[in-house]
Design a protein around this ligand. Structure first.
Ligand code: ADP
Ligand code: MG
Length: 224
């Protein structure tokens, strides 16, 4: 179970607003976060990852306290067991695909890296650098790198939005497949209703830093 309560003042384009979010995620849930640009979606993920500090609140992940303003606890990024995939791939350019995936593993397991590469259809390219890959392939590697460490929480910030539509559809199916076989609770920020409909157990709709609506994809999407 993951629980958080977060407060932070944000400087929006239309003026300041207070991000104020309280939420609980069950084991292995897939949450898709939707909301207009500037509503605080990325900030939410960055606070969970430890890249941004809330002003008040707590973050508890599977019994571990990552942040608690009252108790003065704020684990740094390195101590939070998260996998993070950004919109723009962010692979290590000087490492091979194999090294990229092995990088974050808690226990180095070359055989597992090969399994993952095979799963992604990239086994032949294991010794190549990311620069030889297409956007879709890079994002697949970024996803595998995040999954390889078997994190307690997987955070995906618009991982499909820089891809062409066909590639996005394929990768969306793969994310679904991976998430099912890895059983890692996931929060994915997206702009796409299709992502929400095909991936989400629950959708969280944000507006100006607040939860506007939460529930099953169809209920949230067709009532807003
Ligand atoms: P989204 O990902 O939903 O588009 P963001 O979370 O990136 O939105 O940003 C929400 C708003 O908060 C933006 O207006 C941004 O300028 C502002 N913001 C982002 N980071 C900070 C910060 N550390 N302090 C204050 N305001 C911030
Ligand atoms: Mg964003």
């Amino acid at each position: 179970m993951i629980r958080f309560s977060l407060k932070k003042k944000l400087y929006g384009a239309q003026g300041d607003f207070l991000l104020e979010l309280e939420f609980e995620i069950e084991e292995n849930e897939f949450i898709v976060v939707l909301g207009p640009s500037g509503s605080g979606k990325t900030t939410l993920l960055r606070m969970l990852a430890g890249l941004e500090k809330p002003e008040e609140g707590y973050i508890e992940v599977k019994g571990e306290v990552w942040y608690d303003s009252k108790r003065g606890i704020n684990l740094p990024l390195q101590k939070r067991d998260v996998g993070f995939v950004f919109q723009d791939y962010a692979l290590f350019p000087n490492m091979s695909l194999f090294e990229n995936i092995a990088f974050g593993m808690k226990k180095k397991d070359p055989q597992r890296v090969m399994e993952l590469l095979k799963l992604a259809g990239l086994k032949q390219l294991k010794d190549k650098k990311p620069s030889v890959l297409s956007g879709g392939q890079k994002q697949r590697v970024a996803l595998l790198r995040a999954l390889a460490r078997e994190p307690k929480l997987l955070l995906l910030d618009e991982p499909l939005s820089a891809l062409d539509p066909e590639t996005a559809i394929i990768l969306r199916e793969e994310i679904k497949k991976f998430q099912r076989s890895f059983n890692i609770p996931t929060i994915m920020v997206s702009h796409s209703r299709q992502d929400a409909l095909s991936l989400a157990g629950r959708v969280l709709l944000l507006s100006e830093g607040k939860i506007k609506s939460v529930g099953k994809p169809k209920d949230v999407l067709y009532s807003s």
